[in-house]
Every structure is written in structure tokens, then in C-alpha cells.
Design a protein around this ligand. Sequence first.
Ligand code: CA
Length: 237
Amino acid sequence: MPEQEKKKRVLVVEDEKNIAMLLAYNLMQAGYAYEVANDGEEGLRKALTGTFDLILLDLMLPKMDGFEVCRRIRKKLSTPIIIATARVEEVDKVMGLDIGADDYVTKPFPMNELMARIKANIRRSSNEMVNAAAESENDVITIRSLVIDTAKYQVTRDDEPLELTKKEYELLCFMAKNQGTIYSREQLLEEVWGYEGFYGDTSSVDVTVSRLRSKLEHDTSKPEYLFTKRGVGYYIK
Ligand code: CA
């Protein structure tokens, strides 16, 4: 939950103090946390040791130029990098060199455009991370000898496939993804039945739970997976 509220962090690698200050001010106004590095070496060090959501990188920098900084960051991190360059002719070089930059802006940059680019690049990269995490997480859910393969829509217990109806499967998946959370019948109706649930009543939840349980459990009177919290609801653990 606090993920969205947490301030995104931007590293500004910029040797011109005035520009750095202007960027810092605008980032702060836009709700970002920021750090400034005044030369290439400091920029690289900060990029590799801090956890930034985006790096804004000048090209012409003392100690190590932006090309080199970018290349070295890319060897270790996939943090989005926006290159800021004063010379339009450098843009081709930036893109052609394949140093791993995600975007570029030319100086002097209109601040609102730069802020929009920063926002878009951060959003894209966090979406990619969420998707990657979701894919790896959601493929297979294992609860002891119960294995739910969501990519194949297949459920096995003790390596034996279980024949579930669509609704039983959806109910199982929903609760298995939220293991330990107790759901009331009304919540399950809303989450799993959704629109249909609007016309249904909570007894369809009880019926589906009971059928699912008879397929899931060795002994329905001593459940190992699908539990009832009396007077509250159901949960999987
Ligand atoms: Ca510079």
C-alpha cells in the first residue's frame, strides 16, 4: 500500500550548480526525493549505492563523462536513465552508441517536458517490475502438496490432478493468492463472482466452498487447506 505514497527518488548528475539547483527545486515541487552528484565519479558511486527510481544524467561532466557513467550503471542496474545534453548533435551519438539510456532531453529543457518524461519513465519501469514480479509469482502457487499452476489452469494434490469447475478454481486461486486472509462470504461473492455476484447470494459461496473442500481435502471434517473461521468466513493456509 505505501508503495504509491513513497516518494520516488531521482539522482541528478549535473556539474552546473545553477542547473542542478533548478532541477532539484522542480523535482521537490513535483513530489520527488532527490540527490545531486556534481561529477561523473560521484554520480556513478551514488547510482550504484543508492536506490533510485530514475537517474538524470548530464553528458559533459568532470572526472568521468556521462557516456561512461551510463555504460557502467547499465552493467549493474536497470534503473531508467534520462540523458541531458546541451548539444543536439549529441543526441544521435547517445542513441547510436547503445549505452543503455532510456530517454534524452536537450538543454535548455522546458521543465514541464522534463518532468513529464521523468514521470513517464518511472511509471514504465515500475510497471515492468510489477509485471515481472506478478509473472514469476503467479505462475505456480504451492501449499504443501497442493500445487496450483495458473499458467496451465491446473491444480494437483499429491501429484494427482483435481477436476475443478471454473468457479471452484477461481475461488481457490483467489484465496490461495491471499493465503491466511479470512474472507467473509460477502467479500468472496464480490471478489470471485463479481458482477454475477450482484444477482447471487452468499449461499452460492457456501456451496462452492463445500464442493471445493470435498475435492481438496482428504478428510473434509479435518481440513488441511480450506478452513472455516466460525462466524467470520473462509481462508486458505
Ligand atoms: Ca555539464
